[in-house]
Design a protein around this ligand. Sequence first.
Ligand SMILES: NC(=O)c1ccc[n+]([C@@H]2O[C@H](COP(=O)([O-])OP(=O)(O)OC[C@H]3O[C@@H](n4cnc5c(N)ncnc54)[C@H](O)[C@@H]3O)[C@@H](O)[C@H]2O)c1
Length: 371
Amino acid sequence: MSDKLRIGIIGLGFIGTQKHLVGLSQHLDRCDMVAFCDYEIDRAEKAQKEYGSDDSYACTDYRKVVDDPSIDVVHVCTWNVNHCEITCAALEAGKHVLVEKPMAVTGEDARKMVETAKRTGKKLSVGFQYRFRKEAQFLRKVVDEGRLGEIYAAKAHAIRRRGVPIWGVFTDKEKQGGGPLIDLGGHAIDQALWYMDNYEVAQVVGVVNYKLGDKPEGNMAGPWDPETYSVEDSAFGFVTFKNGASLFVEASWALNVQDSREGCVTLCGTEGGADTVQAPAGSDLIVTLNNVQGGELVKTHPEAAAAYFGAGGDAMSGFEYMGGLEAGAWLDAILDDTEPYVTAEQACVVTEILDAIYKSAENGGKPVVFD
Ligand SMILES: NC(=O)c1ccc[n+]([C@@H]2O[C@H](COP(=O)([O-])OP(=O)(O)OC[C@H]3O[C@@H](n4cnc5c(N)ncnc54)[C@H](O)[C@@H]3O)[C@@H](O)[C@H]2O)c1
């Protein structure tokens, strides 16, 4: 291994460019971006021109990157349905892999990825960058200080009132495996499980709705095409854990509610609770801690509103801020040989829950029981 980690990026669409390239470019003391791969060669070449090392190249076949012995690390930023295939091929070829969320479409594929990483001894992490948001880091500290006590009930909120993405392949079930649940729901579930530090699922029930796909009016980004809209518009799940705790999951791109509440959690513990809601304007999240003090019910907020993404008012975009922290932690884990900030095992449980909500819904809401 050379001094710097040599990285190949597969998939140079929205997240590949806006988070991974921008994030890694903040750590060029420790890495070089060497291979740029996308079905669309123009995308790969554009990225290489802007971010590539002197010996970098662009290509359309991911196998070229995976088979390149000079590459240490692969970032998989392709559509959900091929995360498992590309990740496993890269791990088998001896690369460390950071794969975008969701880790995979099915629990079976996610488990295969965990097993492959273990067997090959390579590191595997998943792009749940919301853990690096200001408010998430704050809440994590509050939990670590024991201020909520034992968190035994939680909610993962991933609700947009009308926020169907009309670009990319988000509404294409064949490429993504699902809609708002697999897209937004995973982030919120990841956060809730991480705060609870609870990854032993007992069972899951779910409901998935296809009610508003033909009603594209009122959408934030403009109307979607009902002809190509093939995913659910909302989904709900209820997860019980082996220690008796529970998690309610709600995810939508279109739901007739008053407020959107995306990437938010409600945590209820024996010593106190916490919740996050979206501020009425802008993208800040308001964190509230709820407990009893001096015999009275008390709500407290940090004095400085925790910016949704980064430090309030700084010039960085959210993905630039979170992507820089995510990439830094990932490179540290490889270079220091420590556990990644988001472990493959944790992300696998998120995918198992998502998959179980879809499977339960397909079976009329019957519970999916975990071993
Ligand atoms: N972490 C986040 O917050 C976040 C945000 C958006 C998207 N994502 C995830 O990132 C992934 C990509 O989403 P996106 O919005 O960037 O999609 P996108 O369509 O904008 O980009 C995906 C790119 O991958 C390329 N591609 C697909 N399969 C390929 C293959 N086998 N070989 C080479 N190139 C291939 C496509 O040509 C496309 O350019 C998805 O899994 C999505 O869930 C994560």
